[in-house]
Design a protein around this ligand. Structure first.
Ligand code: ADP
Length: 389
């Protein structure tokens, strides 16, 4: 009896040792990734098709194990080892396997790393071959959704901005009708109508400019732009506003510099910066427009002694329709699009715009543009500051 027990124990130990040995030398079933030469149990040709698809692709076998996964599918956390991680997607794959019908859906997959945001996917799940395999294709929708949200916001903002002056015009027209026998009142309301109509015109003009520079073509007619002329044109345009507030417009720095770009767009950008400098400054102050060469760029800065911008708003002022003080912006005829236009003009020229500001002290906006010919060269020598007004 003792002998047979010892034999049994010996047999069990032996069997366990054999099993352990086998497990050691037999590699676990391999999950194939992009770049693997063999397609494993995949139907012929599928691996090569999956390799050229831009979407994240996963093939499941009949027991929901991952047979193949693209690197994108792993990077997004859709697949870990042999498992499809999104429960919703797995349920969809099972349904497809059961009835053989192709399905499409939108799913959100939680970020697989700490602090990572979830990703939205448009997924398409289809049966593959006759052995219960299922193909999952997932397209990252995050960027698409973000762009959609920005577009929706923009349309809502534009509608709101248009509604205000249009509503005011309609009310004023009614009031004028009622006051038809009072010439003084008619005169007063008619000039307010003109004011609202002008506001509408500025808004529409800014919207057209913005849509032009946001289009596919970066710069419509690029060429050599004289900075002196662009600054001069912009200043001429803003002079009346400056005179009305007794603000002195001063130019300075290096003359004769040339940038590469579109003169009309550059004048628009400079005009927006100078007109903001005037609008957000008290009377009897100075606005200085200064030009200097900076290696392969030309820098134009517009400095004012105005109200300045709070630190927490500095990051947002280039957003469309962002205003530190909406009432003040509207009172000065602002559309909320001026700086967004400046930013897009800078981007379209492969340049940049930056801002320094201190509340109560003033602001300096600097526009950096590529120099014509690759290097900023001043034709005439630098000139001292020159008062324009
Ligand atoms: P707006 O038409 O309202 O002036 P912008 O896009 O030109 O629109 O500017 C956005 C906001 O940035 C303004 O509403 C204002 O609050 C702030 N801002 C712009 N330029 C200046 C400046 N030079 N000084 C102070 N605040 C400014």
């Amino acid at each position: 009896m003792a002998l047979s027990l010892a034999a049994l124990a010996g047999f069990i130990v032996g069997a366990v040792a054999v099993l352990y040995y086998r497990h050691q030398i037999e590699p676990p079933r391999r999950v194939e990734d992009d770049g693997d030469a063999e397609a494993g149990a995949l139907p012929h040709g599928v691996a090569s098709v999956l390799a050229v698809l831009p979407s994240s692709a996963v093939v499941l076998d009949a027991r929901d194990r991952v047979l193949r996964a693209s690197s994108a599918a792993r990077a997004f956390g859709l697949v870990k080892g042999e498992r499809l991680m999104a429960a919703e997607l797995l349920a969809l794959a099972r349904q497809v396997r059961r009835d053989g019908e192709i399905r499409e859906s939108e799913i959100d997959v939680a970020g697989h790393k700490f602090g990572q945001e979830s990703t939205s996917f448009a997924v398409r799940v289809a049966p593959l071959g006759s052995h219960g395999q299922v193909l999952v294709l997932a397209e990252d929708q995050t960027e698409h959704r973000r762009v959609e949200a920005v577009r929706r916001d923009f349309v809502a903002n534009v509608s709101h901005e248009l509604k205000t002056p249009v509503g005011a015009l309609s009310l004023l027209a009614e009031t004028i009708q009622d006051a038809s026998d009072d010439p003084e009142a008619v005169d007063r309301f008619a000039s307010r109508m003109q004011h609202e109509a002008a506001r509408l015109t500025y808004l529409v003009q800014d919207l057209i400019t913005l849509s032009r520079i946001q289009g596919a073509e970066p710069i419509p007619t690029p060429g050599q732009v004289s900075i002196d002329e662009a600054v001069g044109d912009a200043i001429d345009h803003c002079n009346t506003k400056a005179v009305a507030k007794d603000i002195v417009l001063v130019t300075g720095g290096t003359e004769g510099l040339r940038a590469w770009g579109d003169d009309e767009l550059l004048v628009t950008a400079l005009r927006n910066l100078i007109s903001n400098a005037i609008a957000y400054s008290p009377e009897h102050t100075r606005v200085v427009v200064s030009v200097r060469p900076a290696g392969d760029s030309v820098e134009i800065s517009v400095s004012d002694q105005g109200i300045g911008i709070p630190e927490d708003a500095l990051e947002r002022i280039f957003e469309r329709f962002f205003r530190v003080d909406a009432a003040r912006s509207r009172a000065t005829g602002g559309t909320g699009l001026g700086l967004a236009i400046v930013k897009h003009v800078a981007n379209a020229h492969a340049g940049e715009v930056s801002v320094w500001s201190k509340e109560g002290s003033g602001s300096t906006f600097t526009l950096r543009l590529p120099a014509f010919g690759g290097t900023a060269v001043a034709v005439p020598p630098p000139s001292p500051l020159e008062a324009v007004k």
